[in-house]
Write a protein that binds this ligand. Sequence first.
Ligand code: SAM
Length: 271
Amino acid sequence: MNLENMIHKNLLRWNEITSIHEKSAFYDVAQFKAGACTLKSIELEEVDDVKGKSLLHLQCHFGLDTLSWARLGARVTGIDLSDEAVTLAQSLNDELGLDARFICSDVYKTPAALNHEKFDVVFTSYGVLCWLADIEAWARIISDCLKPGGTFFIAEGHPVENILEWDNEALKVAYPYFDPEPIECSSETSYADRTTKVSNTDTYQWQHSLGSIVCALIDAGLTIESLKEYPFSSYEKYPGYMELCEDGWWRFKSKELNAPLLFSIKATKTK
Ligand SMILES: C[S@@+](CC[C@H](N)C(=O)[O-])C[C@H]1O[C@@H](n2cnc3c(N)ncnc32)[C@H](O)[C@@H]1O
């Protein structure tokens, strides 16, 4: 299958699960509408005050984080491949009287979709890189979209997390860490609702090592300000093997499973 068809398969899946996510406890849209901020402590602590700044959110899904940045005073633009997600994001924006802008575009076409507009902050988070085939081109897009001196921030599932698979018997290493090839994945449910069945089960995903992500950003002209790894996840990635802690993060129950589950990078456009 060629890349275009793989991306189309992924699009079908994201379009289908957007309405499932809208109704899910995971996303809790009712609480968001009531004023809850969906941003997590990692990005809230690491990204400087966004008040009055222009912020581009790549792969924004249906916009809850984008709109949370808007509530914090940023002038936000969200980009996503899924037209269903973008439509829902725009309708939430309108209902809540915010002034976010949402655009449907493949991440690799972002500069053209935005008429080469430049931003103070480019942000992306939690479940984004596995959908991207070319990490070097992704980093160049970020650099293209930033003003000189602008900030890039990502909080994301750690690539070590992606090589693990679980069943009732065990949590085990099931995928290679270094793998340039697309991975054919199949799942009957979504991470946000593990009971509702989906018909678009098949997707294509990619694994990117931490080193390849960091080097791609440096090669694209960004200076890394911080790189952090975290032993916890934002959700129960491996059911049965994790526990929800008082700080709201999920950790392995077993202290022997001492592996990184998230990372974050803050970088500045210097060139
Ligand atoms: C896991 S979600 C992002 C999650 C987000 N942090 C949230 O919780 O709302 C991944 C998003 O990436 C989008 N996506 C996948 N491939 C893409 C591409 N090539 N270009 C732009 N967006 C893409 C999907 O449509 C989906 O909305």
